[in-house]
Design a protein around this ligand. Structure first.
Ligand code: PEP
Ligand code: MG
Length: 528
């Protein structure tokens, strides 16, 4: 009997799963070489075509984000620039599989070397495309995962996630990976337990394992006592989730009857398709940087994206944040390479440095504002001057639209409270319509602990007294001065943090849609 071993990582999607471990990094089937370079080229072209057909079939069965990701993969596979180096290598004598692998590995290495989480996350997309074609070349469907298995490896491809049948349970445990990846987003949306950043185990991981993605651990070769304790935690989690569903339809309130507004955080406009608007109090944060993909979105694309969300929300407020590119969310053609991107040209700093891009977003927001109850906020504000310059740009663009006779409306303008300078001295921000606390960044900056680094995850806690004291003082300042204060960081949806946030004086939280029910249920337990 192998000795038990527990690995600690970062929770990317809460939940529990137990089952056989499936090694994502196992070697794939062997490719049978062709007789000539011409035949090798035909084989590679056919495999790319086969991979595209498989992906197209998956798009038809997918929705929202999943379909977007698959379409992104199809577009990459159909891009001749990606396959050209492989075809050239076949011309110089390499077999199709090796040529394709080498070409894609070179591309992937570039992304992996990045010190920015976003690019490392995109390397997973490229690995996925590489393996799709290799599987097509070897006719290895590759989806022989036992029902309920825990998929374990360095990282996981989005298509592997999408082709896995999660109806029988199962989960994901990654040695590397990122809670900011496409797969993590999909896992949260589908409720598939997922842990990242587990590191290299001291011994081979195999056999029956327990994945506790509420606390971010995986137990290898668990003892009967461990299994029993795990099952207790798992059924308590399931019971809490089941009970929480009853809270979804009702407005949130504490045990003493104090009303708490609960809004949702979204990234893509399509996120709202799966949310019943009556279950939330609006959109507390729309992260627009996800619209800024391979190409920068033009004014019309942005206008339609914002309008879709505003029309979905009806009279309920929709707080759209201007682009927060940089940090862990770089955007090609916009952000700059930096040694320490979390402390660099990020959020409003970058927008104010690239007015050509910022003005397009401002116009799209002003035009979309006529379609609902829009509020706009600026990310990473550190000084009043940044807010004033951004607000002045809104006024300038408004005047220009008015002069051209274009329909528009000026929304209330607020700021994120995620840089400690704002949380410490909020009184400096005269005229700001509202504050929204970004607890993810506020915590990492107060604790000097990167939000995407498993090694310092223990320090990255919103419940540290220093962070809570700052949150409490911003809430008190808002109340004394009639400035609304909400919180849109991930802590707002964490049942373990909710009591402390309410205790700190917050009455307005914005959470991931999948956390809505659990957040409302946790609020109902708070005594105040
Ligand atoms: C935050 O920092 O808490 C926040 C909501 O913004 P983001 O996670 O997008 O940086
Ligand atoms: Mg932030």
């Amino acid at each position: 009997m192998p000795a038990p071993l527990r690995l600690q990582g970062i929770c990317a999607s809460a939940g529990y799963a137990e089952g056989p471990l499936f090694d994502l990094d196992r070697p794939s089937a062997v490719y049978a070489s062709q007789a000539s370079a011409a035949e090798e080229k035909v084989a590679l072209a056919a495999a790319i075509g086969k991979a595209v057909s498989r992906l197209t079939a998956m798009v038809d069965a997918a929705d929202g984000d999943a379909a977007d990701i698959l379409e992104f993969h199809i577009a990459m596979l159909e891009d001749a620039a990606l396959s050209a180096p492989a075809f050239a290598s076949i011309g110089s004598g390499l077999p199709a599989d090796l040529a394709w692998r080498q070409a894609l590995d070179a591309e992937i290495a570039g992304y992996e070397a990045s010190d920015q989480d976003y690019f490392r996350a995109r390397a997973a997309d490229l690995r996925d495309i590489r393996d799709q074609v290799l599987r097509a070349l070897t006719d290895d469907g590759g989806s022989a995962v036992a029902a309920g298995a825990i998929l374990y490896g360095d990282d996981i491809a989005p298509t592997r996630f999408l082709e896995t049948d999660w109806s029988a349970g199962g989960g994901i445990a990654l040695k590397a990976g990122s809670a900011a990846s496409h797969v993590a987003m999909l896992a949260r949306a589908r409720g598939v337990p997922m842990v990242v950043g587990l590191g290299e185990p001291a011994k081979t991981a195999e056999g029956f394992v327990l994945l506790d993605a509420e606390h971010g651990t995986i137990a290898l070769a668990p003892s009967p006592t461990e299994i029993e304790a795990f099952r207790l935690s798992s059924s308590s989690f399931a019971a809490r989730q089941g009970k929480a569903q009853a809270f979804l339809a009702k407005p949130a309130a504490t045990r003493a009857g104090t009303a708490v507004r609960v809004q949702v955080n979204i990234a893509y406009p399509s996120d709202v398709d799966g949310i019943d608007v009556s279950t939330c109090d609006g959109v507390g944060l729309m992260r627009t940087e996800f619209l800024f993909g391979k190409t920068l979105p033009d004014e019309e694309t942005q206008y339609h994206a914002y309008r879709k969300v505003l029309e979905w929300a009806g009279e309920k407020p929709v707080t759209i944040r201007t682009v927060d590119a940089g940090g862990d969310k770089p955007v090609p053609g916009f952000t700059v390479a930096e040694t320490n991107p979390f402390l660099g040209l990020r959020g409003i700093r970058l927008s104010l440095a690239r007015l050509d891009i910022f003005r397009i977003q401002i116009r799209a927001l002003l035009r979309a504002a006529i379609h609902g109850n829009l509020k706009v906020m600026f990310p990473m504000i550190a000084t009043p001057d940044e807010y004033e310059r951004a607000a002045a740009l809104f006024a300038e663009e408004q005047a220009a639209l008015a002069a051209r006779g274009v329909a528009h409306k000026m929304p209330p303008l607020g700021i994120m409270v995620e840089v400690p300078s704002v949380a410490i001295a909020p009184e400096a921000f005269d005229g700001v319509a509202f504050f929204s606390i970004g607890s993810n960044d506020l915590t990492q900056y107060v604790m000097a602990a990167a939000r995407d680094n498993a090694a310092v995850a223990h320090l990255n806690s919103v419940r540290h007294p220093a962070v809570l004291r700052l949150i409490g003082s911003v809430a008190a300042f808002g109340q004394e001065n009639g400035v609304p204060v909400s919180l849109c960081g991930d802590a707002g949806g964490d049942p373990a943090s909710i009591p402390a946030l309410i205790e700190a004086g917050l009455r307005d939280l914005s959470v991931a849609p999948a956390q809505l029910a659990m957040a409302k249920a946790a609020i109902a337990e708070v005594p105040v």
